[in-house]
Each structure stands twice: as C-alpha cells, then as structure tokens.
Design a protein around this ligand. Structure first.
Ligand code: GCU
Length: 340
C-alpha cells in the first residue's frame, strides 16, 4: 500500500538521480576488504550543526569500520531529499534507504504510535530512551509497518522537551495563547493538543515555519531549544515559554527489504553502532540544549516559566481521548512505569 502523501517531484527526481550515481560508480568503489561499499542514503531535516546529524554521521563512520567497509551511511541534511512526509514515502519505495522522521509522521500510518506523541507521556529523556528501545514494549509496534509500507523502525532519538514560543509576548497560562496561530506538526493529536492549550493550531511542514513566522502567517510555534536555534526561529519569535508539554521523539526508519538483505554479521554491526549512536545523541542533546539557550539569550530571546498546573489540567484529558486500544494502553503503561 502506498502512503497517501503527495511526494514532491523535485525530491523524487533528486533521490532517483542519487541512486543512479551510486550504482554508476559501483557504489563507493573499493572498500577496505577489497569489496564494494554500499552507501546507505539517510534523509534528515536538520542542519549539520544539529546533534542528530552529528550522531548519524558518526554512526555511518563506525558502521563502515565495523563492517570492513561493506556498509556506510551518507546523511543528507536540511531536507534535501524531501520533507519528512516525502522521506517516509521514499523509504517505503526503497528510493531512499533510511530517514529520521518525527513520531507524528508514523502516527498517521498506525495510531498505536500516537502513544509516544502524547503530551506528558514521558517524564524524562532517560525514561523515554529506556521505553522506546525495549523490545518487549516496542517489538510489535516497530515491525507493524513492514507488511503494508515496507518500513521498519530501528529506534529513536529524543527531541527533548518541547515548549511554546511566540512573537507576541511571554505565555503564562492557556488564556495567553488565545487567538494566537501556533504551528504544529502534521498530526491530529498535536492539533488537538495545541487547541487544548488555548491556541489556534496551524499544521505546517518544519521547513516552512521560519518564513511563516517572519511574515506573520504564524504567531508562534512549539519546539525544543535546539531546533529553536538551529532553525533560527529565535530571530523572529523571541518569547520562549516553558510549557514543557511534551518530550518529543524522532524515529530512525529503514526500508524493510534492505534490512532483510543484511547478512547476520552486518545486521549485528548495524544494531550495535545504532545503540552507540543514540547514546551519543542523548549525551550531545543535553550539551546542545544548554548552548542553544545561551545563543538565543545572547540574541535577545526571553525564556520564562509558566503556570505548569494550568497547562497540565488542559493536557491531561487528551490521554483518555487518544488512548483507544488495549495495545496503546499497554505501551502507555510501560512508558509511565519507566518514569520516576
Ligand atoms: C524537531 C524534530 C523533527 C521535527 C521538528 C518539527 O526538530 O526533531 O523531527 O520535524 O521538530 O517540529 O517538525
């Protein structure tokens, strides 16, 4: 089954030409062991400064070493292979091998993924990482897209805590968001979340947010400090308010047929180096969050605490509304019990 998402022709044409280049050159030429390196193409919508790029780039280098040059990874940053909806389609088609997509994208294919996109589901990055890499919790979920979409979920990177930011002024209570157009990811759950928080939710692709903020199409958005800075949103929306509504999650996805074609030895190296990659990412995350706050503050951004109880009160009811199956409740309970 195709994912019912329009794919931009530009992205497809670019990805197709990359395939040709890779084949034409015998992939990457001679590998250390004398064979050929298969360079996997990975789509990412972040800049080269973002912890996800750094950790994935290092993942590729270690993988190449661990497989004696049989497998490598080329990370394409800045959504050059397409925005996340498109990247998901391209991985499903096998045109692109791997991608990082936000949990919100997978919720659109299987509602069980929405558990991890719920506000307040994780109380820390540690409990999030523990839950989402526990095969007993996520085994069925991560293989659930294979039959229809040929997409396997490998694991995830934290998006850290997401907070609201606005051009208009500091937000303290849900009432302060009244009438404000706040960008959300393309997700029914997050649209309901921002509406519950008092704003007018505007679903939009990540790469369009800066211009929309600048032109006034949006009054604000919600994201972590790292994206607030790497995307330069602090230049155009300088009030960052700690609503702490969500610890967000990105997934690493791979084309299922490609994954099945790995030898047992290469699959073991892939899994081992991926575990090292998300550990490195978690470590970088804490450091980059601090650096991002300092960068934004130096440029005049203002950070403020909010009335946490007021936001919790409007967000809590979303859990019951969006947890509708036993499978979802099981995952939710595991996430909650991993917390402190
Ligand atoms: C974060 C996340 C991305 C996501 C983006 C968004 O930066 O890491 O995967 O696309 O938020 O808000 O769209």
């Amino acid at each position: 089954m195709r994912i019912t998402t329009p794919v931009r022709l530009g992205a497809v044409a670019l990805a197709a030409s990359l395939t040709l280049v890779a084949c034409g050159s015998g992939d990457d030429g001679d590998a250390a062991g004398g064979g050929e390196t298969k360079t996997l193409r990975l789509a990412l919508n972040q800049t080269e400064q973002h912890p996800s790029f750094v950790a994935l780039d290092n993942f590729g280098k270690r993988l190449e070493e661990a497989t004696d040059g049989r497998l490598g990874i080329q990370v394409y940053p800045n959504a050059t292979l397409g925005a996340q909806q498109e990247a998901l389609q391209l991985v499903s088609d096998g045109t692109v091998d791997l991608a990082i997509v936000s949990g919100t994208q997978l919720e659109n294919l299987n509602k069980d993924f929405s558990v991890f996109n719920l506000p307040l589901v994780f109380d820390s990055i540690e409990s999030q990482m523990k839950t989402i890499h526990d095969p007993a919790v996520v085994g069925d979920l991560y293989s659930s897209l294979e039959a229809n979409n040929k997409v396997t979920v490998v694991g995830g990177f934290t998006q850290g805590t997401r907070n609201v930011y606005s051009k208009k002024g500091p937000v303290n209570t849900p009432a302060d968001l009244s009438g404000q157009k706040i960008r959300v990811q393309e997700s029914e759950l997050h649209t309901s979340m921002i509406s519950a928080m008092g704003a007018s939710a505007t679903p939009m692709e990540f790469g369009e947010v800066y211009t929309a903020l600048q032109s006034g199409v949006l009054d604000g958005a919600e994201n972590n400090e790292v994206s607030y800075v790497t995307q330069k949103h602090y230049e155009v929306a300088k009030f960052y308010s700690r609503t702490n509504h969500l610890v967000g999650l990105d997934f690493l996805i791979v084309n299922s047929d490609l994954l099945k074609g790995f030898s047992a030895e290469d699959k073991a190296a892939f899994d081992k180096e991926w575990a090292a990659a998300y550990a490195e990412h978690t470590d970088l995350w804490a450091k980059d969050t601090e650096k991002s706050i300092a960068t934004a503050e130096a440029a005049g951004a203002k950070f403020n605490e909010v009335d946490a109880a007021a936001f919790e009160a409007v967000l809590k009811p979303l859990t019951d509304k969006f947890l509708t199956s036993d499978a979802q409740r099981k995952i939710y309970d595991a996430a909650q019990s991993a917390g402190s």
